[in-house]
Design a binder for this molecule. Structure first.
Ligand SMILES: Cc1cc2nc3c(=O)[nH]c(=O)nc-3n(C[C@H](O)[C@H](O)[C@H](O)COP(=O)(O)OP(=O)(O)OC[C@H]3O[C@@H](n4cnc5c(N)ncnc54)[C@H](O)[C@@H]3O)c2cc1C
Length: 439
């Protein structure tokens, strides 16, 4: 079996496949774990297992459109793929679509931690922390919003321990928070990993099992080969009965080479990693207003945020980086980082409904996908690996994979539903694409 992409998702899948006896080759364009899986916040977070599209998101994006340091930004463009993606995204922002997506991601989020436990049991080493996540609120509106989110999570089936905290309680737990905090929420049963060490830990475990991990080996094309597929790499080719594309935001390119256009866009984010300092927080914090995550690792503190939809390239924006630090310093007025941070940008891959694409690529036999994990790729990587490995090796489908099925991108949405009722359904994605292109 061939796995394209050595990020958290591709590596976890390869690990799961090989732990069940499958023979796997991993192709990675650069170094394993060096793309989106590197400088992120590393949270395994049931409480933030929410779809990106939701009621109010479009209004918020429009509000931030003119502010280059806001947390959410959509690249203005008239390019047809982006217009199509945005249209689908807007339909996914309805209250009912959000509730459906939230219920699915809550079920997935609840299974994420145990999947990490199993990964550790199979001998993979990584830095893991298990402190609760704090959501401080700095004004009444923010506090009410947090409480509303807790209500949404409960209605979506969450059983996670989520408690409201008074000002005194939250300051008692995390004294580094400023005096302007008025209360907040504590989410227990959360974990976090140092993401760059997670990828290295899985890669090393794979190599020690004798798995072929080809780094600095981009796959340039996929060609049919005696009932299976041949991955044509820059230096080496490999053949296999099945291929899984786990190329993160770059999955689109390989799909395009196969004549398939799935609605996936890049959503860029930034992080700054500072050396630890005694004045910093001891707990991970999520600042709801500026949407900034503060992660505490062994020897380091990372602040991260921003979702730039449709961003091109990974250039660092000094304004956005500064905005992230400013938000963290407002919440933590006593925090005095001792030295300048190391800055990073990464591209998440995002489907219009905010759910990952995991499963068989419709109409193209033997090609599977594991991508579009959006803001939850670290949370869901081991679970994705397990679910897809079980489906590939044992043909046992899981209810989550039905929700993550890439075939949903074929289903007509919005006004297209009416068009679909009056026309014959498309047999496969490439045919649908050809029809769209010829219109
Ligand atoms: C600022 C920020 C904070 C985040 N915080 C969190 C968090 O706290 N918790 C969480 O769950 N998620 C978080 N995320 C999201 C998470 O980082 C991603 O969802 C996750 O890393 C995606 O993993 P991946 O393996 O799918 O993609 P990637 O890590 O991007 O890996 C894909 C790999 O495929 C390789 N590749 C692509 N094309 C080819 C090819 N043709 N041949 C060979 N190799 C190829 C690439 O080089 C890359 O290494 C955050 C993201 C950002 C940007």
């Amino acid at each position: 079996m061939i796995v394209i992409g050595g990020g958290a998702v591709g590596l976890c899948l390869a690990e799961s496949l090989t732990s069940r006896g499958a023979e796997v080759t991993v192709f990675e364009r650069g170094r394993c774990g060096s793309a989106a899986s590197a400088g992120n916040a590393g949270w395994i977070t049931p409480s933030l297992s929410l779809p990106v599209p939701g009621p109010g998101v479009i209004g918020e994006a429009l509000r931030w459109l003119v502010n280059p340091s806001g947390p959410l930004w959509i690249r203005p463009t008239l390019a047809p793929p982006m217009i199509d993606w945005l249209t689908r995204f807007i339909f996914s922002c309805s209250a009912s679509a959000f509730a459906r997506g939230l219920a699915v991601l809550q079920r997935a989020g609840a299974r994420a931690g145990p999947a990490y436990d199993r990964l550790a049991t199979r001998g993979v080493q990584f830095e893991l922390h298990e402190d609760p996540l704090l959501y401080p609120a700095f004004d009444r509106r923010e506090l009410e919003h947090l409480w509303k989110v807790v209500g949404d999570l409960r209605r979506a089936g969450s059983r996670q321990p989520l408690e409201r905290l008074s000002r005194e309680e939250i300051l008692g737990i995390e004294p580094s928070l400023g005096g302007s905090v008025i209360g907040g929420v504590i989410a227990r049963d959360e974990r976090r990993v140092r993401p760059e060490l997670l990828s290295l830990g899985i890669r090393d475990a794979l190599v020690s099992r004798g798995v072929e991990v080809l780094e600095h080996s981009p796959v340039v094309s996929l060609v049919r080969d005696r009932g299976g597929w041949r991955a044509v790499g820059g230096a080496e080719d490999r053949s296999g009965d099945a291929v899984v594309i786990a190329g993160g935001a770059e999955s689109r390119r390989l799909l395009a080479a196969l004549g398939v256009r799935l609605p996936i866009v890049g959503a860029k984010g930034y992080s700054r990693t500072y050396p630890s300092h005694p004045s910093g927080p001891k707990h991970p914090l999520y600042l709801e207003g500026p949407k900034v995550a503060i992660s505490v690792f062994d020897g380091g503190l990372r602040v991260s945020g921003t979702l730039e939809l449709g961003a091109r390239g990974l250039a660092l924006s000094p304004r956005r980086l500064e905005a992230i630090t400013t938000a963290a310093q407002r919440a933590l007025p006593r925090w005095r980082p001792a030295s300048p941070p190391s800055d990073w940008a990464g591209m998440r891959s995002l489907s219009p409904d905010g759910l990952p694409f995991v499963g068989a690529l419709p109409g193209v036999d033997g090609i599977h996908l594991a991508t579009a994990h959006a803001t939850l790729g670290i949370t869901l990587a081991p679970l994705t690996g397990e679910l897809l490995a079980t489906q590939l090796l044992e043909r046992k489908p899981d209810e989550l994979l039905a929700a993550f099925d890439p075939a949903r991108a074929l289903r007509p949405y919005g006004p297209r539903r009416w068009i679909a009722r009056t026309s014959r359904p498309c047999a496969d994605l490439s045919r649908q694409q050809q029809q769209e292109d010829s219109r």
